[in-house]
Ligand binder design. Structure first.
Ligand code: GDP
Length: 213
């Protein structure tokens, strides 16, 4: 979908409704099976990439997703209802260098079990800090999503940290260049900032479009 075809109003309406906590899962056995079949959108990303701030910015509720100065602490997958139409899923961050090995193993088991076995999962928003670009562990997640045939969209975060718009464009191009190698990668890369609100309306419209499908 081209930007000029985006239904910004549909996105605004969907996210103007309150988000409501549904469930949290720390193990595979705890993954909820909902009786309704609302489409799910999951948010994934490296620890500290700005994922929680992105989710909070999207829904306009501070403190919905936990922002944390201690990366790698949150090990649960958290489910929220958004306006009775979507389920937003906050995945634990990955790639925290100091995380203990068994925490990494649990993270891997839980998240991969979720990503592979979820027919209602329509899209993963993969957040990347715009200054850091695509790292090895991001590529590993992208590869896993390609293999599981789960569509994912890259959302660049913290755009306000780059002074030059040319640097923003270069970061977008870097992701776009990966397209041929990643079959499940969505063609539209979003540039966002939780600080300034940049890109939030467009991403809300993208997700409202997913809710309609
Ligand atoms: P998470 O670990 O991926 O959930 O990341 P957080 O949302 O907790 O953010 C990590 C750090 O980056 C925090 O100090 C945030 O205040 C900061 N941060 C997140 N988003 C932005 C943004 O858009 N702009 C700026 N300048 N800082 C941000």
């Amino acid at each position: 979908m081209r930007d000029d075809e985006l239904d910004l109003e549909a996105g605004r309406r969907l996210f103007a409704r309150p988000a409501r906590f549904l469930a949290a899962a720390g193990t595979q056995a705890e993954l909820p099976q909902f009786t309704h079949d609302h489409p799910e959108i999951a948010f994934a990303g490296r620890s500290n990439c700005g994922k929680s701030s992105l989710v909070n910015g999207l829904v306009g509720q501070h403190m919905l997703a936990r922002t944390s100065n201690t990366p790698g602490r949150t090990q649960h997958i958290v489910f929220f209802d958004q306006g009775g139409e979507l389920v937003l899923v906050d995945m634990p961050g990955y790639g925290y260098a100091k995380a203990p090995k068994d925490a990494v193993r649990r993270w891997t088991e839980l998240t991969y079990a979720y990503l592979r076995g979820r027919p209602t999962l329509r899209r993963v928003c993969l957040s990347l800090d715009i200054r850091r670009g695509v790292r090895d562990n991001d590529r590993a997640v992208m590869h896993a999503l390609d293999q599981a045939a789960v569509p994912y969209q890259v959302v660049l975060t913290k755009a306000d940290k780059l002074r030059q718009e040319s640097a923003v464009t270069a970061a977008v191009r870097e992701v776009e260049a990966l397209q041929p190698k990643h079959i499940a990668l969505h063609p539209v890369v979003r540039v966002t900032s939780a600080q300034t609100g940049r890109g939030m309306a467009e991403l809300r419209a993208d997700l409202a479009d997913v809710a309609r499908q």
